[in-house]
Write a protein that binds this ligand. Structure first.
Ligand SMILES: NC(=O)c1ccc[n+]([C@@H]2O[C@H](COP(=O)([O-])OP(=O)(O)OC[C@H]3O[C@@H](n4cnc5c(N)ncnc54)[C@H](O)[C@@H]3O)[C@@H](O)[C@H]2O)c1
Length: 397
């Protein structure tokens, strides 16, 4: 496929490094940037046919099949609407919108026009993540009760992120969008997120937006999705997820510990990894960053989906739900109360409260707990089904 790239900054380069690597067949053919020098440099670096400071011109190019939006958050809607006007398939980076309202307008526009629209949520495509979701889906962890996702680093790399009007918020919108979608994937996208409790503060930087937040997203089936996001974290980029179910647990570390530790005095100092704060001492580089961050699998899914006429794993609808959850998080942080998540167009299942199943020990008792003691005895805690009385039973070794 022929791809048009909108934006020539940080993520546009990550995407190009992925798309033009490893003998891939889909190619970026042109690029839009508001700055002609940056557009030219990007076009030269990636061997593109053309570049322009006009977004329309790049999208309208008749050989373009798919447009990738790599622009700051406040420009996503305008860019999506231009793709709709041109009738082009569109892939948009995260977050889809600054608010659910914005995201919903984009969702409705692409659906009305019948266009393919993919949400570029790379962290839901890392090889570890895909395998984890598979384990969850095949029941290895039982029912998912609690997910925890953290993205924390010392802050983003461009001015617009730090300006609330352009970005839509601080760490919540920038990083929370990843964490919330990671939680949804594990808990089940079909399960309705109902309310959010969030703490947020501006602990370090002289900015209007929050630079640190911790939130809980409650789902209709009783599961809880925790997110921890920060622009105040020192020591690199901390990307960790945890999934806790009735039958098992998964812990993932996607960046600071990928099994590659390096010590250097600093001689020959170079780029180490995204948001690394040092280039000497013990360092934690990443073998193939794009791969560890999920970009190759993400684009493979997107382009396969276009070819096969199916939806990708991450859609504009997912982007809209994420924005709806984040809207509630902002309101909760302000009010210090649980806030209902307003989803005007819920497409998942309904009425999944009270989905609890208890293990029976025998006809009369529930099995609460079984444990082997240090002396080898097995201890059972049982609850009588009628009287509710707790008893314990010891099976001697
Ligand atoms: N993991 C991820 O998926 C990931 C990582 C980083 C950024 N992003 C997202 O990618 C988007 C871009 O972020 P980035 O890190 O590449 O930012 P960046 O600042 O590095 O690049 C932004 C690009 O947009 C251009 N631009 C900035 N302001 C503009 C304006 N007013 N008009 C026209 N062009 C303008 C810049 O010149 C640059 O080409 C954001 O939505 C961000 O959230 C996603």
């Amino acid at each position: 496929m022929n791809i048009a790239m909108l934006g020539s900054g940080f993520i546009a380069r990550f995407y190009a490094d992925t798309l033009h690597a490893q003998r891939r067949v889909d190619r970026i053919i042109n690029v839009y940037s508001r700055n002609a020098d940056n557009a030219k440099r990007y076009a030269e670096d990636y061997g593109l046919e053309s570049y322009s400071t006009s977004m329309e011109e790049i999208i309208m190019d008749e050989s373009v099949d798919v447009v990738i939006i790599s622009l700051p958050n406040h420009l996503h809607e305008e860019a999506v609407m231009s793709c709709v006007k041109a009738g082009k398939a569109v892939l948009c980076t995260k977050p889809l919108g600054r608010t659910a309202k914005e995201a919903k307008r984009m969702l409705e526009a692409v659906e009305k026009a019948g266009l393919f629209a993919g949400y570029l949520e790379d962290l839901c495509y890392t090889p570890k993540f895909l395998k984890s979701v598979e384990s969850v889906n095949n029941g290895s962890l039982g029912k998912i009760l609690w997910t925890k996702s953290r993205e924390a680093h010392p802050g983003p790399h461009s001015d617009w992120f730090w300006d609330k009007d352009q970005s839509g918020g601080g760490a919540i919108i920038d990083l929370g969008c990843h964490c919330v979608e990671i939680g949804r994937n594990f808990i089940g996208k079909n399960v309705r997120p109902v309310e959010v409790m969030c703490w947020a503060d501006t602990q370090v930087h002289p900015i209007e937006a929050e630079d640190h937040a911790i939130g809980l997203v409650k789902y209709e089936n009783g599961a809880i999705g925790q997110f921890e996001v920060s622009w105040t974290f020192r020591g690199g980029m901390d990307l960790r997820d945890e999934v806790m179910g009735t039958e098992g647990t998964i812990w993932l570390n996607s960046f600071l510990r990928t099994g590659f530790d390096l010590f250097t005095t600093g001689k020959g100092a170079n780029y180490i990894a995204e948001k690394a704060e040092s280039d000497s001492g013990w360092l934690f580089p990443v073998g193939d960053e794009a791969h560890e961050l999920g970009y190759p699998h993400m684009f493979t899914d997107m382009f396969d989906a276009i070819d096969k006429g199916r939806a990708p794993r991450e859609t504009f609808y997912d982007g809209y739900i994420v924005n709806a959850i984040l809207d509630a998080a902002f309101l909760s942080a302000k009010s210090k109360n649980w806030k209902r998540i307003i989803i005007e167009d819920w497409r998942g299942s309904e009425g999944r409260t009270g989905e609890k199943e208890y293990n029976s020990y025998d006809a009369d008792h529930f099995l609460i707990k079984k444990e082997i003691l240090p002396n080898g005895d097995e201890k059972l805690i049982l609850k009588h089904k009628d009287s509710g009385k707790m008893i314990q039973k010891t099976l001697k070794k």
